[in-house]
Each structure stands twice: as structure tokens, then as C-alpha cells.
Design a binder for this molecule. Structure first.
Ligand code: UD2
Ligand code: MN
Length: 593
């Protein structure tokens, strides 16, 4: 894949310049136009050392690559760095408003349309497997709140396109009282015009949150198995059969696909490593490496893996078992905690939870959650308190040691859930820790806040492709830091080139990052594309730090969809900004090699 990646880098794309609209441009077929000259072959130089990101305080679920070093299978089917090109003010508005409302690149999402192929990220051995034909049928439940229409419709169509109809009992959409009027109107219109097979739409009269939302969806379902998906997913080839198979064998088995990564900035689909779910004492979900003991066995990489917890959004479960096991805690609001609650409940009350490596579903992982709760409450804390009090026995002290302020916080009535636990005759949390998650570190009951557990390994560095000065062709100046090159947030300007100055050396790597003097990455603001580019810590997740060199010597920013230019080439100041790509002289750059 890295060859393809490099290939694509230096290829001129077939899009006719600047006047072309991307509507209906097929995503496939962006073939290289000419072979790559030898001088562009990657050179192996070291880049800056990256410290692993500290564990985030919660509030969102990270993608499974977060703290792992495996190489992703990069999706080359839809990879076109210029997919987000901004041609006019309207595009700009779609993009910027899209980031504000949805926290991902809606311009690209819209351009991709409602159907697209995704790279088949399964292990080759999965492709040889066959599945029996008498699998139970599935009701797919998708809750959404203020979702971007194109992302929601791509989720639905990916299911319709890649699920055999005899297995798809129905799709149940639950609109959680979305506020965007255009979403309601456009979705209604779309459903009326395009009779979506077996698709029902339920609308909540008030905002319930995803937890009660899913319960409402499930109550309308009549299929044998419930499959839950977020509203910004794309299912992969043969995704459903491997999920249904273990449920058919044992109705108390709950299964999750591997969650592949759809980039929020480029919508590129890439493969996730097979990791499993864990959590920390702050009651935040995290991804863990799979212990070797789990990976051995005749089925090798395709075997289901026991997982202590699930990420939450994507899983399949026998519908009657879902009801028997107590659905969800209806006292939980909006977002958070329900994933650990159902995971503990499954294991402690006689079921099991597996990750199925041969089932792959992509999900848009966003950097922030674009919505709040109606009253502005921290629903994650409220929900976590409920689950701690019902399920964690004396180990809830571990949580309180980290969050002492929550000891006295009220969490509503939990009598029904405590009774449920008795009725189901569930095991203790100690049993769960000892048997299902022995890796979890437990310190004494009154131990002080423990360090979060990092998987502390140096990240693999992307290969350097070019290294040298970045010339502005019109003025013959070089792009440099305005202040000190190690200053985070510092701007860049075009200044006199100085051949002896290390501070003018840029590195360009296979991840399309531009790194100045081995220190910081050239970066743009995600939400305000009118802000000038700046130097920031390299985050390694593409998007705002992905740049490509294209037609007419342009330097194109992948997530803002614009080109870098010198604002006033005749002034000595050399300020730069992002602007609609127009091929003009102020936008022409050359990276020396
Ligand atoms: C993750 C899960 C998510 C859920 C959450 C914890 C994955 C891929 N995603 O967060 O499913 O378990 O952790 O609670 O594992 N929604 C509503 N009503 C609301 C808020 C959200 O219907 O009030 C919908 C939303 O449109 C989306 C789904 O619920 O389809 C999950 O929300 P998210 O995508 O913001 O959560 P995510 O992926 O950060
Ligand atoms: Mn999600």
C-alpha cells in the first residue's frame, strides 16, 4: 500500500482545473498517469520522534489505531487527496458549517454520494470462509441525532448494498428529535422518492439520547437478531454473516465487528488492527492489544476474540436475549457509559462478548462530539455513576478515588437495575476482573489516583519522501517560521532563502506531512479555514496536517480543500494564507529535493 500511496502522491489527477465540479465524479479509476521518476522514490531519513499522546480525559471514543503501531491498510479505493477541493463560496460554507455541525468534512461526504466501494480490509483467510445459509435474520437499528444526511444515507445504503436481502429483516431508523429542519425534510423526501427496502423511520418526540433511542428502536424490531450501528458507518464486504454465525450457535453470545476507521477529514476508509475493548478506572473505554493467548488456535487471525468490553456503537445480539438481559439502563441519558454497562452485564450474567475479525464496519471517528445534552449536563458522569453503583461492588471505590467529587453526586433511582442483577443471578465484579479482565491493575481500595495505563511504545515513523527548502516560485523566497520554528502555533512566512539555515528545511513524508526543521508540522485550523496556516505538534492523524503538491505547482491542503498562497507577493512581509486554488503565480511552490 505504501507504493500506491507514493504513486498517488506524484500523480496529476484527472480533474480539470478549478472550474470542474466534483459532483458525480466516480471515485474509482484515479489511476496514475505516468510512472514515477526515480528521484521521487522515498529516502529513508528519520523524522521527529513522537511522544505517544497522553490518554484523553474521555468525552469521545478514540479510534483503534490510537495507541497501536500496526500499519493500517490504507483505503486506496476512494483516496483522492483533492476530493475536498473548494471551488467557490458555497463549497466553503458546506465545509465550514459541516465541521461546526458534524465535526467531519461534510463537503467530501456529500461528494462521495450515497454509495461507494470501500477497500476490503479483511484478512485473506476470511475471504475463503463460507457461511451457512440458515442464519437468523437481522434488524439493523440506527439512531441518529443531527446527522449529516449524506453520512446517514451512506450508512443505510452500505447496509442495503452489502447485505443479502434474506438476512436483512429490516432497517429501523430512530430520529432522536433532530433539530436540523433540512435533515428532516430532506430525509422524508428521500425516503418518499426512493422506497428504501424494509426501512422504517421512527421519530422521538423529545430528545432521548442514544441509549433510550436504541431501546425504542429495538422495541420496533421483529428480526431474530438486533444489529446496532452508528449513523456514520459503512459496512464492508460480508460483514453480517460472520456476526450472525456465533449468535446462531449460542444465543448468549454478543458480537462486535472490527471497527475500521473512516477519517473525519478525508473520509478515507482504512483498516483497523484487531484490538479488543478494555477500560480504565475513570470508566473510559480504551482499546487494548489482544493477549497472545487469545490469538493462538487453529483459526489464527480469523478466530473470534473474547473482549472484556465493547466500544458501544456497533454490535449484534439476539433480540430476545437483549430483552432478557435488561436491554439498557433507561435511566442513562444522551451519551456515554452504556457500553461498559452492557459489557459488564453480558459477562457477569452468563453471556459472552466477542470481536469478530472477519466482520468489518467503518465508522467516522471524530475529534470532538458536535452536540451537547439538552440541559448541558455531563451525562457521561451521571451514566458512569449509575453503572458503578449497580455493577462494580467495592471496586466503585477505584472510580471515586479518581473522581472524589462524584461521591456525593445523585444519580437517580437504580432499584430496578439492582433487582435485575439479582434476578439474573449475576456474578460479582471481582469475578469479572479475575476471569475476564485480569490485565486490569487494581490497587488497594484507598489508593490514590493511579497513572492511566499507556501502551508505551515508540510510534513507527512515516517514511520521508523529500527534504529541502520550500520555494515560492514567484518571489524566490522560502517558507519559514515567522518566529522560532519550535514555537507551537507560530505562523509561517515567505522570506529570503538562506542556504545555511537549518530552520528553512522542510521534510515531506508519506503521510503527506510537512515538518519544519524536524520539529513541528504545517497545520491549519479545522473549523476556521480562513485562519492562516501555522506550526503545530505533529499529530499523525492526517487531515489538518496533510498537504499535497499538485497541478500548477500548487500546495494543496487536504482538509481545508484550498491552496497556500503568498498574500501580497510584492510586500516584504511574505504573509501566507489559504485560498481557492486558481493556479496563479502567488500559489506556486516547489519543494527542493
Ligand atoms: C461511542 C460509540 C457510540 C456510543 C458512545 C457511548 C462507537 C463507534 N460509537 O461514541 O455508539 O456507544 O460511544 O455512549 O463505538 N445519538 C443519538 N442521540 C443523542 C446522541 C447521539 O441518537 O442524543 C446517535 C448519534 O447520531 C450516533 C450514535 O448515537 O449515531 C452515537 O453517537 P456518537 O457517534 O456521537 O458517539 P461516538 O461514536 O463518539
Ligand atoms: Mn459515532
Amino acid at each position: 500500500t505504501s507504493v500506491t500511496w507514493t504513486l498517488l502522491l506524484f500523480v496529476y489527477f484527472n480533474f480539470s482545473e478549478e472550474t470542474h465540479s466534483f459532483k458525480n465524479v466516480p471515485v474509482k479509476g484515479l489511476e496514475p498517469q505516468k510512472p514515477i521518476p526515480k528521484k521521487f522514490y522515498p529516502r529513508f531519513t528519520r523524522g521527529p520522534i513522537r511522544k505517544p499522546e497522553p490518554q484523553k480525559k474521555g468525552g469521545k471514543i478514540g479510534n483503534p489505531l490510537g495507541n497501536h503501531e500496526q500499519d493500517p491498510v490504507k483505503g486506496d479505493i476512494d483516496f483522492s487527496p483533492e476530493m475536498g477541493m473548494i471551488f467557490n463560496e458555497h463549497d466553503q460554507e458546506v465545509r465550514d458549517l459541516g465541521y461546526q455541525k458534524h465535526a467531519f468534512n461534510v463537503l467530501i461526504s456529500n461528494r462521495l454520494g450515497y454509495h461507494r466501494d470501500v477497500p476490503d480490509t479483511r484478512d485473506t483467510k476470511c475471504k475463503e470462509k463460507s457461511y451457512r445459509s440458515d442464519l437468523p435474520s437481522a434488524s439493523v437499528v440506527i439512531c441518529f441525532y443531527n446527522e449529516a444526511l449524506s453520512a446517514l444515507l451512506r450508512t443505510i445504503h452500505s447496509v442495503l448494498d452489502r447485505t443479502p436481502s434474506y438476512l436483512l429483516h429490516e432497517i429501523i431508523l430512530v430520529d432522536d428529535n433532530s433539530e436540523f429542519a433540512d435533515l428532516k425534510k430532506d430525509l422524508d423526501e428521500y425516503i418518499q422518492k426512493n422506497l428504501l427496502k424494509n426501512t422504517k423511520l421512527v421519530r422521538n418526540e423529545k430528545r432521548e439520547g442514544l441509549i433510550r433511542g436504541r431501546m425504542i428502536g429495538a422495541s420496533h424490531a421483529t428480526g431474530k437478531v438486533l444489529v446496532f450501528l452508528d449513523s456514520h458507518c459503512e459496512v464492508n464486504e460480508m460483514w453480517l454473516q460472520p456476526l450472525l454465525t456465533p449468535i446462531r450457535e449460542d444465543r448468549k453470545t454478543v458480537v462486535c465487528p472490527v471497527i475500521d476507521i473512516i477519517s473525519a477529514d478525508t473520509l478515507t476508509y482504512s483498516s483497523s488492527p484487531v484490538v479488543r475493548g478494555g477500560f480504565n478506572w475513570g470508566l473510559h473505554f480504551k482499546w487494548d492489544l489482544v493477549p497472545l493467548s487469545e490469538l493462538e488456535g487453529p483459526e489464527g487471525a480469523t478466530a473470534p476474540i473474547k473482549s472484556p468490553t465493547m466500544a458501544g456503537g456497533l454490535f449484534a445480539m439476539d433480540r430476545e436475549y437483549f430483552n432478557e438481559l435488561g436491554q439498557y439502563d433507561s435511566g442513562m441519558d444522551i451519551w456515554g457509559g452504556e457500553n461498559l454497562e452492557i459489557s459488564f452485564r453480558i459477562w457477569m450474567c452468563g453471556g459472552r462478548l466477542l470481536i469478530i475479525p472477519c466482520s468489518r464496519v467503518g465508522h467516522i471517528f471524530r475529534k470532538r462530539r458536535p452536540y451537547g445534552s439538552p440541559g448541558g449536563q455531563d451525562t457521561m458522569a451521571h451514566n458512569s455513576l449509575r453503572l458503578a453503583h449497580v455493577w462494580m461492588d467495592e471496586y466503585k471505590e477505584q472510580y471515586f478515588a479518581l473522581r472524589p467529587e462524584l461521591r456525593t453526586r445523585s444519580y437517580g433511582n437504580i432499584t430496578d437495575r439492582v433487582e435485575l442483577r439479582k434476578k439474573l443471578n449475576c456474578k460479582s465484579f471481582k469475578w469479572y476482573l479475575d476471569n475476564i479482565y485480569p490485565e486490569m491493575q487494581v490497587s488497594g481500595p484507598h489508593a490514590k489516583a493511579q497513572q492511566p495505563v499507556f501502551i508505551n511504545r515508540a510510534q513507527k515513523l512515516p517514511k520521508i519522501i523529500k527534504r529541502g527548502r520550500l520555494y515560492h516560485l514567484q518571489t524566490n523566497k522560502c517558507l519559514v517560521a515567522q518566529g522560532h520554528p519550535s514555537q507551537k502555533g507560530g505562523l509561517v512566512v515567505a522570506r529570503e532563502c538562506d542556504y545555511n539555515d537549518q530552520n528553512q528545511i522542510w521534510m515531506y513524508n508519506e503521510d503527506h506531512e510537512l515538518i519544519l526543521n524536524n520539529l513541528l508540522c504545517l497545520d491549519v485550523s479545522e473549523t476556521r479555514s480562513s485562519d492562516p496556516p501555522r506550526l503545530m505538534k505533529c499529530h499523525g492523524s492526517g487531515g489538518s496536517q496533510q498537504w499535497t503538491f499538485g497541478k500548477n505547482n500548487r500546495l494543496y491542503q487536504v482538509s481545508v480543500g484550498q491552496c497556500m498562497k503568498v498574500v501580497d507577493p510584492l510586500s516584504y512581509k511574505g504573509y501566507v494564507t489559504m485560498a481557492i486554488c486558481d493556479g496563479s503565480l502567488p500559489q506556486q511552490w516547489h519543494l527542493e529535493s
